[in-house]
Write a protein that binds this ligand. Structure first.
Ligand SMILES: [Mg+2]
Length: 239
């Protein structure tokens, strides 16, 4: 049996993507739910509707444990059949409750700072495109790529959507970092050979090996402070 190539450990990958003097574009890939936008109230409301409509007694806490995976995968993890019917109910209820979503404080400013410093920004989410797009539009940030379960490949924790995002922007895994809040995000980044930063303000806990942790969206700005790139100064902003 051929031996499996060892992906870079996260400290090694961190050193590589922050290499001073590198001309390659750096890429900041981000998860959506629990990283950019607090959609927990939306998801909880939609799951309650699913419970009522389909007579399920699976609590939201059980659903929430699997967040980050595509919806069909979560249904499989929960042992629920009729995933398509349930998803239809869930999607309708999510759309109806979308006004409950809130951007995490400072997120838009932080993303603008990365863009201004020359980073390419991308989204890798398990939220379907039709529900992700309005949330992303509200941020007003130029995303170079958005990868959702609507595209090809396997969902997280497989590395596919991260690798596809890198193909979209023409960048190496070593020049990218992925910010996520769930263990599946960390696993996907690890399997893609991309440095991972755990979003400490999200819904999950860091997994092993212990990743870099950002305590707040603003805390991500310290990853901008690499040689050759200076964060812009904007009067009156958090910078
Ligand atoms: Mg998330």
């Amino acid at each position: 049996m051929p031996s499996r190539p060892t992906p870079p450990t996260s400290p090694h990958a961190s050193r590589r993507w922050s290499q001073p003097g590198s001309e390659a574009p750096r890429v900041l890939l981000l998860d959506l739910d629990g990283v950019l936008v607090d959609t927990r109230p939306v998801m909880e409301s939609a799951w309650r509707r699913v419970q009522q409509a389909h007579g399920l007694d699976v609590p939201f806490e059980a659903y929430e444990r699997h967040l980050g995976r595509p919806f069909g995968d979560i249904m499989e993890q929960l042992g629920l059949v009729d995933a398509e019917l349930i998803h239809r109910t869930y999607a309708e209820a999510s759309t109806a409750a979308s006004h409950l979503a809130r951007q995490f404080e400072g997120v838009a400013e932080v993303l603008h700072a990365f863009a201004a410093a020359g980073w390419l920004l991308g989204i890798v989410t398990s939220k379907p495109l039709d529900r992700a797009a309005p949330l992303l539009a509200q941020l007003g940030v130029p995303f170079a790529t958005v990868r959702t379960p609507n595209g090809v490949g396997r969902g997280k924790p497989a590395p596919d959507p991260i690798l596809l995002a890198l193909i979209d922007v023409g960048a190496d895994p070593a020049d990218a970092m992925y910010v996520g809040d769930m263990a599946v995000d960390q696993e996907a980044a690890h399997r893609a050979g991309v440095a991972f930063v755990h979003a400490g303000w999200g819904y999950g806990r860091p997994s092993t090996p212990t990743p870099e942790v950002a305590d707040s969206p603003e805390d991500l700005l310290r990853f901008l402070a690499t040689a050759g790139h200076r964060a812009p100064f904007l009067e009156g902003s958090l910078l």
